[in-house]
Design a protein around this ligand. Sequence first.
Ligand code: CU
Length: 525
Amino acid sequence: MAPPRPSRNRRRILALLVGATVLGGAASAGLVTAAGGSDPAPVYREHGASAVPDPPAIPPDESAEVVPGQPFADPPIISSGGGQLELGLTAHALPVSVSGKRMNARVYSANAYGITYPAAFMPPVIRLRRGQQLVVNLHNLMQEPTNIHTHGFFVSPKGNQDDIYELLLPGGTAQHVYRNTRFLNPGTYWYHPHVHPLVEEQVLGGMSGLIEVEGLRAMLPKALQGITEHYIGLKDFQTSTGNTIPLRNIDSDVPTTRTVNGLVNPVLTMRAGETQLWHIGNIGADIWYQLQASGLKMTVLAEDANPVSEPYAAGTLLMPPARRFDVLVQAPRAGTYALITRKMSTGPQGDVYPRTTLMTVKVEGAAQAPVAATPRTYGGESDLAGRQVARRRTFTLTENAAGTKFFINGKAFPGENLMSATPVTGTVEEWTFANYAQEQHPIHIHVNDMQVMRINGKAQPDENWVDTIPVPVRRAKGVPGTVVVRMSFRTYTGPYVFHCHILAHEDNGMMANVNVTSPDFAPAP
Ligand SMILES: [Cu+2]
């Protein structure tokens, strides 16, 4: 549940942000210097332009209602043939058109290789080849800090890579260089800001986009190598504040308009018998989806950019905030179909979402024999079930009665909870998330993915790898819902976070720090 949040004044935001800065500073000043190998410090440059004031409110008569039923459109795709993919992303507070309706939003514009991509509710897809170095030049033209997180990336949390303690102040520019992308699994990732406690408002405002790491197509049978691929970026926006996507006093429980790539119920066309590869991501701030496409056949290839060991047919796809699926979609015969999200609840104290049509799929033409879609299986991560566990930890998830404050082990981020865990590289740990609340919390950890071992005591299939896992509601008063995961802390040292990916919960405390150290690290006495 997420009732209206108290208005936050800028002073409080800054006080909280200073806490974040101090933590980042401490880390780079010595906490993790035994890590072996040093990441360069972030490169900050003065940006020519300074921050731009928030735009004025848009009068009602200057914004039409949304236009549903427009043709489906993929976001623009930024890719490169060379050893490096470099782009600029600029954060703005600007009015944009969302499915025909003019709204004040928080949005990215982008530029790459001489092409400018105007600010849009759905920014470009970054399409990366494994091994390509990714360079993101982030500019901040908003009047509040921001930064960038590459959700799902197995890269260093330090220096100018996936460092969420970075604060890019208004008017500033920072260069991020993501190395060792050859270790990334193929599949769908995403990017979004991660400055506590501004994450919900910036993502809800429109600041999130998809990343694809190529490689899934190569796993398909030869006849499907030329398959049509589509990106399905799921986001919602609220109109409770007129023509401004709400940025303050956010009530994540009010009715919301769901979009696919920023369009309301767009129309996608397929040929009868055709198989397509869809890269689907829930890249909104707070709400869940339970996808269903009756009449179409969906086969899951990857979850959270982890190719599954055995592709499986799925009737529905449960998608908490941040979840991604890469699926083959087969259209057996001509007709009109719908991709819907089913009516669902996240628990007695959680949110209830109505059934909504997300996209219309028109299948045309005479039926062709579908190509067998069984892809080669993937041997990606190694099963941690038989590995020695160096350390077991339990983290409780609780919230106050009003549903306005959220805690991990009874503590709210930031401040009270400086380092919740200090795992050592080369070891495997088993963590239990114990949810005492009456709503599900989808827990996400940065850098290292999790293998799900047990949910409410029930063993899970081998090699069930994710970066975000919903923890079930309490089973009875005092009896938590539990998820047990294992993680192998490999390669990268440094501080990062795990948190609930309902961003209203993260911004209101449900986040904790991890600091991965190397075996020769000796904590100061
Ligand atoms: Cu939560």
